[in-house]
Ligand binder design. Structure first.
Ligand code: CA
Ligand code: CA
Ligand code: CA
Length: 245
């Protein structure tokens, strides 16, 4: 094949494959000597070059992918330091809490040091069902510590966390509840909810409402989102966590 013939073949392959490769790059991918690219085209060399290009374009290397997560923080990651940080309760969550007797007087804030307090916080988000389904991860991570056990009848070992969802003034609706289990007093730990299975219920609402009862302190709540990206892109694609209040 003449040199002109090789170049035409390259252009055709590039149009079909949708991607052109630099000649030197193609040669390097095939493990041929570095000096190959400096040799003159024609005769058997031209054929070898055409074969290398065709194999590279038709048999691309698989790209290793990973689920790369970013977190949006609600509250401040200050290791439960006082002063307590303010919580936000959506209108629908407030309606629900009032209806079940959780008045403002017994609601706890971030970094609550006491017992018998109900931590309540609403996380504003914007995704609908299809967007949540497209994430490789979507959930809530709670950073917690037990405030004590068997203190005047209170006990963090029987505490639980409840995820609800609300929109507008309509009462918040329950999504999933989990026991927090046994943890030593004062030792921080994480409890994570995977919320992808509930994308239909959550995706029709505007707030994810979090309730932790009633002898456990909450340092912060993180809304976790994950997207599939090439492994070497994860560090630069992750969004920094931000404190919304
Ligand atoms: Ca604080
Ligand atoms: Ca309790
Ligand atoms: Ca905190």
């Amino acid at each position: 094949m003449s040199r002109v013939g090789v170049l035409v073949a390259m252009a055709t392959m590039g149009a079909c494959g949708g991607e052109m490769f630099d000649e030197a790059e193609v040669v390097e991918q095939q493990g041929l000597p570095a000096t190959y690219n400096n040799r003159s085209w024609g005769g058997s060399d031209a054929k070898a070059g055409a074969t290398a290009k065709a194999k590279s374009l038709g048999d691309p290397q698989p790209i290793a992918m990973t689920c790369c997560t970013s977190e949006t923080l609600y509250g401040t990651a200050d290791n439960f330091a006082l002063p307590q940080d303010t919580t936000y309760v959506s209108p629908g969550f407030n309606s629900y809490l009032t209806s079940v007797g959780i008045s403002a007087a017994i609601r706890g804030k971030f970094d609550e040091p006491g017992m018998d307090r109900h931590f309540v916080e609403s996380l504003k988000f914007g995704e609908r069902k299809e967007q949540i389904d497209a994430y490789c991860k979507f959930g809530v991570r709670l950073h917690l510590k037990s405030n004590g056990t068997y203190d005047s009848g209170s006990n963090a070992n029987n505490d639980s966390a409840i995820i609800m969802a609300s929109a507008g003034n309509a009462n918040s609706v329950p999504i999933v509840a989990q026991s927090l289990g046994l943890h030593p007093t004062g030792v921080p730990y994480d409890h994570t909810f995977n919320l992808k299975p509930y994308s239909a219920q959550i995706g029709s609402k505007d707030f994810i409402d979090v309730r932790v009862q009633d002898d456990t302190s909450v340092d912060y709540v993180a809304l976790v989102r994950g997207k599939m990206v090439p492994v070497n892109m994860c560090a630069i694609s992750a969004e920094p966590a931000s404190s919304l209040r």
